[in-house]
Design a protein. Structure first.
Length: 509
């Protein structure tokens, strides 16, 4: 009996001795905090009437699935070119838009009907580290602040399943809007690193202008967009819809004729399209409202006819995001850095953006304006450079001017932690991005654009070779340039170069 007791006691003592180290090893000590990917618009599948015989995917549907809804536009466009009956065409167009997007509308308070449900996201494996990242998606229509609360729950689940106290994450596009809302609500004490990628942190001109009815069709820009950006934006749902439509119209031979009457089309139909579909649908979506930049915001609320009484709850949501999150992005970034979180911003420039609004000349990644994604960089218009007499606005002891003189990064919120990728299409990445992100994720200290020799602040995107190289100064290859160059410093090589350019220009013409 005594022996049994002493064995028992020994076991108890051993257990007690071992317990604290059990508690310690309860945490994962791999040294790699889990990485979460806070995804872009459309990341959470929206279903209408789930579990019923009428169940269908509302967003994003397959293009092929909605094409039948869109195709009536083609014969209607042919008819329009023949008879110029804008009203009849408007009936068809508005029907099409409403049948594709109508069910996405929220109620007057910015809440979803019970008929539309979003898939839920939960971490499903304990595998973590550089090779595996967790995926967080959400209902893009809703208030980003509500989605930030879901993200917070998700992070608690990731921490629990991986046995880590901290996480790291990369936010893509709209994911940045949710991330900023998260920082406003919860701070970043348990976040080691945040990488923003092509995020509309201060909005997009497209949303701002659409919400103010500032629509125009610039034909040259539309052609540029159709050939340059649309085919590559395969993952962008709206771009997919537009491309499918343009191709259908092109096959029917009506696209060019439509462009000729584009101005009349807008003059005759704009008011109806806004009143009968754009305002009823998009006016109710806090998620899309979060893309409206400050200079468009209050006038947008008026244009979208939000009613102070009927839409009081919706307006409260919109105002909270706008004035407490978007307008305070500089303070929120400073707050995050102060709590020890390393912060990075990566974005694109020099791509043709959606040409349906007057801001089509702003340099962008095809979707988000570089000045808004960077939170305040000074950018030249697309195809132009900053004026010859322009000099860097701030922090002149270091260089923040792009070698091609398109961007002055000194005026943005994180001048030392923002990378500009020339010709990077919106959230379209390759191995080169992953390598850069890995360096950012693995560094314990905050890296700056001056720390990495291979990755200076301005990088040229090379999609084919999946890498970047430093942006170089635009070489002036005009004849006048070559002549000036020769006058500056007369060498035989420069003379040959000038002669070659003159001959080339004659042959070329
Ligand atoms: Zn671990």
């Amino acid at each position: 009996m005594k022996k049994v007791l002493s064995v028992f006691l020994a076991v108890v003592i051993m257990a007690v001795a071992v317990l604290p180290s059990f508690a310690k090893s309860d945490k994962c000590n791999c040294g790699e905090a889990p990485i979460i990917y806070v995804a872009a618009l459309g990341s959470g599948t929206l279903t209408l009437d789930e579990g019923t015989e009428n169940e269908r995917v509302l967003f994003r549907p397959e293009i092929a699935e909605i094409l039948p809804d869109l195709l009536p536009i083609v014969p209607a466009a042919v008819q329009l070119i023949a008879d110029k009956n804008y009203d009849a065409f408007g009936d068809v167009l508005i029907d099409c838009v409403n049948s594709v997007f109508g069910e996405l509308a929220l109620d007057e308070n910015g809440n979803s009907s019970d008929r539309v449900t979003c898939e839920e996201f939960h971490p499903d494996t304990a595998d973590h580290g550089m090779e595996h990242s967790y995926y967080f998606g959400y209902d893009f229509r809703l208030d980003p602040v509500e989605n930030a609360k879901l993200l917070h729950q998700y992070i608690q689940e990731v921490k629990e399943i991986t046995k880590h106290d901290t996480v790291r994450w990369r936010a893509s596009s709209m994911g940045g809007v949710v991330t900023m809302s998260y920082i406003r609500l919860y701070g970043t004490a348990d976040i080691e690193t945040i990488i923003f990628q092509c995020c509309p942190l201060q909005g997009t001109a497209v949303a701002g202008e659409l919400y103010n009815g500032l629509v125009e069709i610039n034909k040259d820009a539309l052609k540029g967009y159709a050939s340059q950006a649309l085919p590559e934006l395969g993952s962008d749902f709206l771009a997919g819809v537009l491309l499918a439509l343009i191709e259908a119209l092109d096959m029917a031979g009506v696209w060019d004729s439509l462009l000729v009457i584009a101005d009349d089309l807008i003059l005759n139909l704009k008011d109806r399209v806004f009143a009968e579909c754009l305002i009823p649908i998009f006016g109710t979506l806090p998620g899309i409202w979060s893309f409206v930049p400050d200079e468009y915001y209050e006038s947008g609320k008026e244009f979208m006819q939000l009613d102070p009484v009927e839409n009081a709850q919706l307006i409260a949501k919109l105002d909270f995001y706008h004035y407490e999150v978007q307008s305070k992005c500089a303070e929120l970034i400073a707050l995050a850095k102060a709590s020890g979180t390393t912060m990075y911003n990566v974005l694109g420039y020099d791509m043709q953006r959606t040409p349906l609004v007057t801001a089509y000349r702003e340099t962008s990644d095809g979707t988000v304006d570089s000045k808004y994604a960077s939170m305040g960089a000074t950018c030249a218009l697309l195809g132009e450079t900053l004026p010859e007499d322009y000099t860097q606005a701030k922090y002149t002891d270091k260089n923040f001017m792009s070698p091609d003189r398109v961007i002055d990064a000194s005026t943005c919120v994180m001048p030392e932690n923002t990378w500009f990728i020339k010709d990077m299409l919106h959230s379209t990445t390759h191995d080169g991005h992953d390598e850069l992100y890995d360096i950012m994720f693995e560094s314990e200290k905050q890296l700056t654009v001056f720390d990495l020799e291979e990755y200076p602040q301005f990088l040229q995107n090379d999609v084919v070779n999946q890498c970047f190289y430093p942006v170089e100064a635009e070489t002036d290859d005009s004849i006048k340039g070559a002549f000036d160059d020769l006058m500056n410093q007369f060498t035989f090589t420069k003379l040959v170069e000038l002669i070659f350019k003159v001959i080339y220009s004659i042959i070329g013409a």
